[in-house]
Design a protein around this ligand. Sequence first.
Ligand SMILES: N[C@@H](CCC(=O)N[C@@H](CS)C(=O)NCC(=O)O)C(=O)O
Length: 198
Amino acid sequence: MPNYKLTYFKLRGRAETARYIFAYSGINYEDETIERSVWAQLKPTLLFKQLPILKVDEIELNQSTAIARYLARETGLAGKSNIEQAQVDAIVDTINDFMNLFPWTERDEAVKQKMNEDIVTNNIPILLDGLCKLLGDRTWFVGDSVTWADFHWAVCSITLSSLNADLHNYPKLLALKERVEALPQIAAWIEQRPKTPL
Ligand SMILES: N[C@@H](CCC(=O)N[C@@H](CS)C(=O)NCC(=O)O)C(=O)O
C-alpha cells in the first residue's frame, strides 16, 4: 500500500470526494490542511499553484477529479466495467461543469451573490432534472453498488444547499445523498471532519 498525503485547505471543497473514498475504503492517509497564512509560501513551490494535491509515495498528483478517479479505481469504486466507468465519469464531469459555473473567486460580494442566484435559478435545475432522470428508481447512480459518482453528488449537494439551491423538489436525489451519508464509514468521517462553510 503506498503512502498517501492529501493536501488542501481546511475546507470540504475539491478534496472532499477523495476524503470520502479514503474514509469508505478505510485506507490510511495524511489529511494535510493548509492555513491561509502558510499558503503564500507553499503556492510558489507548486507546479500549477493550486490545491488539492495527492502525494502517492514520491509521485505528486494534481487535479481533484484525477485524484478521486485514481483512488476510486484503486478501491473498486470506479464502476465495474468500462461502460460503467464511463457512466460514472460522465456524472462527475457534469456535476463539475455546473459547480464550476459559480464565481468562487469573485471578490465583490454583491456581484457574487447576484451571479450565484442566477446560476441557482437558471442552471442548477438543468443539473438536478438530469441527475434525477439518470437515477430513476435505482439505489445508486451506476450499476448495483455505490461508486464515487454517488460520493461526488453527496459532497456537491451540500454545497448546492448552502448556495440556496432547493433540493426538496428532488426527493430521490436527496435520498441518495442521505444513503451515502448513512454508510457507516462516511457517517463516521462526517462526524469527525472540521465544520466548514464550504
Ligand atoms: N481543476 C482544479 C482546480 C483547482 C483549484 O481551483 N484550486 C483552488 C482551490 S479550490 C486553489 O488552489 N485556489 C488557490 C489559488 O489559486 O491561489 C482541480 O479540480 O483540482
